[in-house]
Ligand binder design. Structure first.
Ligand SMILES: Nc1nc2c(ncn2[C@@H]2O[C@H](COP(=O)(O)OP(=O)(O)O)[C@@H](O)[C@H]2O)c(=O)[nH]1
Ligand SMILES: [Mg+2]
Ligand SMILES: [Zn+2]
Ligand SMILES: [Zn+2]
Length: 258
């Protein structure tokens, strides 16, 4: 069950292999027991379950972060609503970074391995996590995927989270930064409607800027809203299709990785 929205956790699978509980790491699955759904459960009990889930997640996140530090991996958690252009942006980023910086990818979606296949078509390595009914990636799933991923020392790891502006905000995956992607077709008020996500992110990419001539989206207003909830957030305007702003994004990445 998700601590934020209360949706059920389905069976997680990683590159098609269903994740089972009976394996040898100290597990303590980061999910609430099924009875958490029972109506009438006290508020106090719900809060204690939620704290428990997040504490377990944070322990796995610390483990991921330790591994990234050990190997000099710059890990980013890409968060947004569905369809903002995360995968398109990743494909473009990997192509433009060829011979500059190595990138590997963990893809998160409820179903299908379409995004991992799009990434592999560039030659980069990618692992797909399917969350089933789950609405976000957690640090435990990412830890399993890391075990299957071949990451070069000093490379970049991009984690594309499940498209959802709510729940992924609460789950640390061990990343250096959350990067939130807001596409110009979504409306400039998303940062104030979903403030937790924009507060958790260090960088906002305003994507699909090539479409601005056809829309009434006010970029300055969207940035002002984002800074209202997070005064320190960095902003880059991008178009994954035209390539506008991509060099600024790559420069941000290379600074972080260095
Ligand atoms: N016009 C335009 N379309 C884009 C851009 N980036 C992505 N798209 C389109 O938006 C749709 C969703 O993109 P996708 O990368 O799958 O989004 P994701 O769900 O966030 O991974 C696709 O049809 C893309 O071609 C962009 O910068 N400009
Ligand atoms: Mg995608
Ligand atoms: Zn949720
Ligand atoms: Zn496990």
């Amino acid at each position: 069950m998700c601590t934020t929205c209360g949706c059920g956790d389905g069976e997680t699978s990683i590159d098609g292999a269903v994740h089972v509980n009976e394996h040898d790491h100290p597990h303590g699955h980061a999910y609430a027991p099924a009875h958490a759904h029972v109506p009438g459960m006290s508020q106090k009990r719900m809060v204690s379950i939620e704290q428990n889930i997040l504490a377990k997640n944070d322990a796995y996140a610390r483990e991921n972060r330790r591994l990234f530090a050990e190997r000099g991996i710059f890990a980013l958690n890409l968060v947004s609503s569905p369809g903002s252009g995360k995968t398109t942006l990743l494909v473009k980023t990997i192509e433009m970074l060829k011979n500059r910086l190595e990138v590997s990818v963990i893809e998160g979606d409820q179903q299908t391995s379409q995004d991992a296949e799009r990434i592999r078509a560039t030659g980069a390595s990618a692992i797909q996590i399917n969350t089933g009914r789950g609405c976000h990636l957690d640090a435990h799933m990412v830890g399993h995927a890391l075990g299957k991923l071949d990451m070069a020392k000093g490379s970049v790891l991009m984690i594309e989270n499940v498209g959802n502006l709510v729940c992924p905000a609460a789950f640390d995956l061990g990343e250096a930064h959350k990067v939130v992607i807001l596409s110009v077709t979504e409306g400039e008020d998303k940062p104030i409607k979903y403030p937790d996500m924009f507060r958790a992110a260090d960088l906002m990419l305003v994507n699909k800027c090539d479409l601005l001539p056809y829309l009434s989206f006010d970029v300055d207003c969207a940035i002002a809203y984002a800074r209202r909830v997070n005064p320190g957030i960095a902003v880059i305007r991008t178009s994954a299709t035209s390539g506008a702003g991509m060099e600024d994004w790559l420069a941000w990445l290379e600074r972080g990785a260095a």
